[in-house]
Design a binder for this molecule. Structure first.
Ligand code: PLP
Length: 412
């Protein structure tokens, strides 16, 4: 199969930038379809991290020597790049965190504990990742706030008709994923944000999945907060971003104390640094931030429209192929979907399917994908999930389909 069938997108050239893809697993060329869990890293990212450790490693902000200045400059340049990438926001609005999970925990613990009162409401949806559920449950337990949940339809779209009835004067925050990590559903977050703001609620968008598939302008989306993970954006693990509107961040208390986040410390009292440093206690993940900056630069050089068209073509092939296999049922068939296909197989546990695919060199994920309420909604323990990246090919999608057919033949 010619992998270059999609006009204007040279997938072979993209693949060459990802050294990890060129390997055999269980005697077969690796087919990596676990991109929603973590994406692979282009050589530009690996090299940027290695360069930092080989040449510039030093602690940031506090040193008076050349290496400390270089490390600080590289990290702050990365922050500026992310600020530009998210639609040209101010660099002070970009906070380094460990990832989406920590970004959401920051908002819950800082904004949430300072602002939520008994009876206030936080609106989530059935399709949220545990990272956008559990921090709110914890802060609700601490403040007396209440969690409400926007349901989904059978095809895995948000039930927008239920939204007006759930948004009210008690709603303080709507926290919602831009794209489901299980269903692939792409949510109309800008429309929801408009409705939330009309009800005077703030909006937090979990961008963990969407950010690598679509261009994002956080202000156009109406995000008061936007959370993302570096490792799902071709960057390293252990680094992520929280975008927050400046006036909100200025008014929020720090959530962790220590070095770097202070202006002055004495035993009589401490004053805090300005944003973003107020929220960055301790030595940050400097190499991670630099690696994420390199990942963003890499992505800015990619033809993103062509990459999106390519992924759409792959998804269409995947959907059609899965629908043609007897006993396979796709979970998540909403009209607005991207890059993810989840499915169950009659009478077979998802994990068994995953293991049999791995034996044929095909990497997918099987389980609840940290979305137990969503699994409960569909009455299933888990799904098998194939998730796509621009470096995947039609030939790889076909390899998955053939391997699945073979695995099911073995299991039945
Ligand atoms: N939100 C969504 C939609 C995700 O898919 C994930 C990870 O799978 C997370 C949040 C958590 O991301 P991380 O583990 O990188 O903090």
């Amino acid at each position: 199969m010619n992998s270059r069938v999609i006009a204007g997108f040279d997938v072979d050239a993209v693949r060459r930038e990802f050294p990890i893809l060129d390997q055999q697993v269980n005697g077969q060329p690796l087919v990596y379809l676990d991109n929603a869990a973590t994406m692979q890293k282009p050589a530009a990212v690996i090299d940027a991290i290695a360069h930092y450790y080989r040449h510039d490693n030093a602690n940031v902000h506090r040193g008076a020597h050349a290496l400390a200045s270089r490390a600080t400059e590289a990290m702050e340049q990365a922050r500026e790049r992310v600020a530009e990438f998210l639609g040209g926001v101010a660099r002070e609005e970009i906070l380094w965190t460990r990832g989406t999970t920590e970004s959401i925990n920051l908002v819950a613990n800082s904004w949430g504990r300072a602002n939520l009162q008994p009876g206030d409401e936080i609106l989530l949806t059935t399709m949220e990742h545990h990272a956008n559920i559990v921090p709110w449950q914890m802060v609700a337990a601490a403040t007396g706030a209440r969690i409400r949940v926007l349901p989904i339809t059978d095809d895995g779209a948000l039930d927008l008709e239920a939204l007006p009835g759930l948004l009210g004067e008690r709603t303080r925050l709507v926290a919602i994923t831009q794209m489901s990590n299980v269903l692939g559903t792409v949510n109309p977050v800008a429309e929801i944000a408009r409705m939330a703001h009309a009800a005077r609620a703030l909006v937090l968008i979990d961008g963990a999945q969407a950010i690598n598939h679509f261009e994002v302008d956080v202000r156009a989306l109406g995000a008061d907060f936007y959370a993302l993970s570096g490792h799902k954006l071709f960057g390293p693990t252990g680094i992520g971003v929280l975008y927050g509107r400046r006036e909100l961040l200025d008014a929020m208390p720090p959530w962790q104390g220590g070095g770097q986040m202070i202006e002055r410390v004495s035993f009589d009292g401490t004053t805090y640094a300005q944003v973003p440093w107020k929220f960055e206690a301790g030595t940050p993940h400097i190499a991670g931030a630099i690696g994420l900056g390199a990942a963003v630069a890499w992505l800015q050089n990619l033809d993103r429209d062509a990459a999106e068209r390519h992924e759409r073509e792959l998804l269409a092939r995947l959907d059609t192929g899965l629908d043609a296999i007897a006993g396979v049922r796709r979970i998540g068939t909403a009209a607005a979907r991207a890059a993810i296909a989840s499915f169950v197989v009659d009478g077979v546990h998802p994990t068994d399917v995953g293991v049999l695919l791995d034996q044929q060199g095909v990497a997918v994920r099987a389980g609840h994908h940290c979305t137990m309420p969503l699994m409960a909604r569909f009455g299933i323990p888990g799904t098998v999930r194939a998730s796509l990246a621009p470096y995947n090919t039609l030939a790889e999608v076909d390899r998955l389909l053939v391997a699945l057919d073979k695995a099911l033949g073995f299991l039945r």
